[in-house]
Ligand binder design. Structure first.
Ligand SMILES: [Zn+2]
Length: 96
């Protein structure tokens, strides 16, 4: 990951984030944008928030993938009953 100071970061990503949105490194590092030793952007608040969502979303997705076949198996009798009811109605309608 490229290291940019907050100003160069805004230039590079074409955004206008305020300093509150940045999480800067504690120590000064060479900025790849202006070539000066400055505190560079470690992460943005937005990115950290997205990561938190991702940590919740990913396990849920895995659980869903594991459970999906079981859900389909348990859902099968219900669908069969529904299908039978529809079939009976169709037969009744045909008799009339
Ligand atoms: Zn810079």
């Amino acid at each position: 990951m490229a290291e940019f100071c907050s100003e160069c970061w805004n230039d590079y990503y074409c955004k206008e984030y305020t300093d509150e949105k940045f999480i800067l490194t504690k120590h000064e590092t060479l900025c790849e944008g202006c070539g000066e030793y400055r505190r560079v952007v470690f992460a943005t608040v937005e990115k950290r928030w997205q990561q938190k969502i991702w940590y919740i979303y990913l396990p849920l997705k895995r659980i869903y993938r594991l459970l999906r076949p079981f859900l389909q198996i348990f859902g099968f009798p219900y669908r069969l009953i529904k299908y039978r009811k529809e079939l009976i109605e169709i037969i009744k309608n045909n008799k009339r």
